[in-house]
Ligand binder design. Structure first.
Ligand code: SF4
Ligand code: SF4
Length: 339
């Protein structure tokens, strides 16, 4: 059984949420004897342009100041996204982060300028033998993984597991979870400019009447998706076993890392912070939770949301939780300790 610490806070007072997060961080440190490394990146989500319900930068101030006081050097860390938006390349991603107020500490985009730099982490699990994890994650032994618990169309919910699985994966790793390996070209959007051909290091793209991807050569780095000026290249979003692959990527992302996980169960929207639009919360705020076990943390968040709403919201995400438990990432059996 894993311990999950919880502070109830239903108000939209971001300064207080930040204080609660720090209190829980200190609690986990005290209870587990956690020792910080000299450099500890904080994994966050900067929010897509137009999104208003991501966890704001102010919620991290207390944690940042605490780490600095302890002589620890903090940074934010993230990876570029798979789809075309305001966080597709490092250049626009940094602009979006700064526009959303994430100016306190350096920002590391772990998978390079267009999301193609990664380390292949061996996991040998049921659906995946290895994971493509953003290269810069390899430079650190621990992270404070801060997640926003809310809905997600494909995953059921987004919490700590998704923050690890998608948030640590390079663009090709995201593609691998969402679908098979190769993206596809939408013929009517392709202007045969050849930019993708020059980008592909594997000779997998040829211009016929339009660009065509040879899936036998494609390794799924997804670099072509980022450089296509017309958005003609895209992931098919049709993958099988997405929920299980998500758990296996979370396993790969956290393998040999000594992480602390904190979740803000606030602004609980139907869709995630990658949605660049205004969304109204679909149920009430709950508070902040923390644990060393991401599976226990997500299970506790899910069950608090379901209990509070009286509905089986986001329940499809239990498939990921069960698979995560099966492969040894953590346990769904938790003790909730309210502070
Ligand atoms: S970069 Fe896009 S528009 Fe240009 S050839 Fe490739 S698919 Fe077509
Ligand atoms: S076609 Fe080339 S650039 Fe595109 S995902 Fe495959 S390997 Fe990467």
């Amino acid at each position: 059984m894993s311990k999950v610490y919880f502070i109830e806070n239903v108000k939209s007072d971001y300064d207080q949420l930040g204080k609660d997060a720090l209190l829980l961080l200190k609690k986990v440190v005290a209870e587990t004897g956690h020792r910080f490394d000299k450099e500890v990146p904080i994994k966050v989500h900067f929010g897509e342009k137009g999104n208003k319900t991501f966890i704001p930068a102010a919620c991290y101030d207390e944690t940042i100041n605490y780490l600095k006081e302890k002589g620890v050097s903090p940074s934010y860390i993230e990876t570029n996204v798979l789809y075309r938006g305001s966080r597709t390349t490092t250049e626009v991603h940094l602009e979006t982060a700064k526009a959303h107020g994430f100016n306190q500490i350096p920002i590391i985009i772990a998978d390079g300028d267009i999301g193609t730099e990664y380390n292949e982490i061996e996991i040998g699990k049921e659906y995946l033998k290895s994971c493509k994890i953003g290269k810069a994650y390899g430079n650190y032994g621990q992270f404070i993984v801060m997640s926003h618990f809310k809905g997600h169309i494909e995953a059921g919910f987004g919490g700590a597991l998704k923050q690890l699985a998608m948030g640590f994966a390079a663009r090709g790793g995201k593609l691998e979870q969402h679908s098979g390996i190769s993206p596809v070209v939408k013929a009517e959007k392709c202007v045969s400019c050849g930019i993708c051909v020059n980008k592909c290091n594997y000779g997998a793209i040829e211009i016929m009447d339009f660009a065509v991807i040879d899936s036998s050569k494609c390794i799924g780095c997804a670099g072509c998706i980022a450089v296509c000026p017309t958005g003609a290249i895209r992931n098919t979003w049709t993958g099988s076993h997405f929920l299980e692959k998500l758990s296996e990527y979370a396993y790969g992302a956290s393998k040999d890392k000594d992480n602390i996980y904190i979740a803000f169960v606030h602004n609980i929207t139907q869709e995630c912070d990658c949605a660049g639009m205004h969304m109204e919360p679909i149920t009430g705020n709950i508070g902040v939770l923390a644990s060393k076990d991401p599976v226990a943390l997500d299970t506790a968040c899910l069950e608090l949301v379901q209990k509070n709403s009286g509905e089986l919201l986001f329940d499809k995400g239990r498939t990921s939780l069960r698979h995560a438990e099966k492969i040894g990432l953590g346990t769904m059996d938790y003790e909730l300790i309210q502070i």
